[in-house]
Design a protein around this ligand. Structure first.
Ligand SMILES: Cc1ncc(COP(=O)(O)O)c(C=O)c1O
Length: 395
């Protein structure tokens, strides 16, 4: 069968290969005293709070499950707008908010609306692998720009200016980032946006982890900078609703109609049940649960990052958000006689029964030296993982 070039350009998601190996081993060792600890998963270990679950059940019981308008219900768009006002003190009118099937559909819509065949989009190396593929599905090319720890693994205005070429259409950033959990300094983001705008380009920023920010210096939305920045967000991470497939994007007024046409044709609408349920995310009881969980993520970070550093799995920049640790495993590889982070991830799985993600998916610059740990797991599991890694590194 002839497969379209567009599909062939999509590289395999190596994370899933490691996840498959981890699941196979997990079945084998489930009933031993060393079951697999999953630190490879990029989703909260919490589920939607009770009011959200109850709202979903009510919606189903009432049969209120017909299609909604393509942009999402007015009530949910208003509620998201209210969240920007109360949480970030930013006025984002509901008319500019488009509700989508997760950040994934938001990224897809934004790329389809803005990227032409041959356009190039700058993004940091390392970054979330699917971003490259959203660009390539729109027939553009992702250009990975290597970043350093000093830059918090984010692009700088100087690097964007230096990398800008005749085909560059814009930048696709993420703050806080997956895999590093580090954010762009707001002043630098303002400068990046100025450079992009001076070239007539677009600034897209994935703020899916913004709700899980641990540092007020960084935890600000880019929407405070300019109305022409496109921000992608989701109910998956802070709101603990990964499988509910609900997210949103905020676009300039001029783009709303274009995105609406695309969304109508490609998706009809986001899940009605999830949209109804998500209204309950903004009730005081749910918000209290989310804030308690955010504090729990911070406690885990405060335990886990120093513990990794003490093992020689150095995390060059303390994450200011999300639930990841981007750790340099080159010293551990040298000690254990391993080639790179791919081999280290497999060694951690088979010797310590700790599943982690090798850097390979996230870029090419330094990813052979790095692995990503997810701290979206209980403190008890994180402590056991550290003990096992310690034993593995100091046999
Ligand atoms: C940076 C980033 N963007 C987007 C997504 C996709 O999220 P969603 O579940 O909202 O589609 C993820 C999921 O891990 C992510 O880490």
């Amino acid at each position: 069968m002839r497969i379209a070039q567009r599909a062939q350009r999509i590289e395999p998601f190596y994370v899933m290969e490691v996840a498959k190996a981890a699941s196979a081993l997990a079945r084998e060792v489930a009933h031993t005293d060393r079951p697999v600890i999953f630190l490879n998963i990029g989703e909260p270990d919490f589920t939607a709070p009770d009011p959200v679950q109850a709202a979903a059940t009510r919606t189903i019981a009432q049969g209120a499950t017909q299609y909604t308008q393509a942009l999402g219900t007015d009530a949910l768009r208003q509620a998201i707008s209210g969240w920007y006002a109360s949480r970030f003190s930013v006025n984002v009118p509901a008319r500019r908010i488009v509700v989508t099937a997760g950040a994934s559909a938001a990224l897809h819509l934004a790329c389809l609306a803005l990227i032409e065949h041959g356009d190039e989009v700058l993004m940091p190396d390392p970054s979330y692998p699917c971003n490259r593929h959203f660009v390539s599905a729109a027939e553009g090319t992702a250009v990975l720009v290597p970043t350093t720890a000093e830059e918090r693994y984010q692009l700088s205005a100087a690097k964007v200016q230096a990398a800008w070429g005749p085909k560059t259409r814009g930048v696709l950033l993420a703050s806080p980032s997956n895999p590093t959990g580090t954010s762009i300094d707001p002043a630098e983001l303002r400068r990046i946006h100025e450079v992009v705008s001076s070239h007539g380009g677009v600034t897209l920023i994935d703020e899916i982890y913004l709700g899980l920010s641990h540092d007020e210096a960084y935890g600000q939305t880019a929407l405070a900078i300019s109305d022409d920045i496109i921000s992608i967000n989701s109910f998956s991470k802070y709101f603990n609703m990964t499988g509910w497939r609900l997210g949103w994007l905020v676009v300039p007024d001029a783009l709303v109609g274009v995105i609406e046409r695309l969304a109508q044709n490609l998706f009809i609408c986001p899940s009605t049940i999830s949209q109804q349920a998500a209204l309950a995310c903004f009730e005081p009881e749910s918000l209290a649960a989310y804030e308690a969980r955010r504090a729990e993520f911070k406690s885990r970070r405060d335990f886990f990052i120093p513990a990794l550093n003490a093992l020689g799995l150095t995390v060059p920049v303390m994450p200011d958000g999300a639930f990841y640790a981007w750790a340099d495993c080159s010293a551990a590889c040298a000690k254990l006689g391993l080639k790179d982070s791919w081999d280290f991830a497999h060694a951690a799985l088979h010797h310590a029964h700790v599943a982690i993600t090798p850097g390979r998916d996230f870029g090419t610059a330094e990813t052979a030296r790095f692995v990503r740990f997810s701290t979206a797991n209980s403190m008890a599991e994180l402590k056991t993982a550290i003990e096992r890694l310690q034993a593995c590194l100091n046999p």
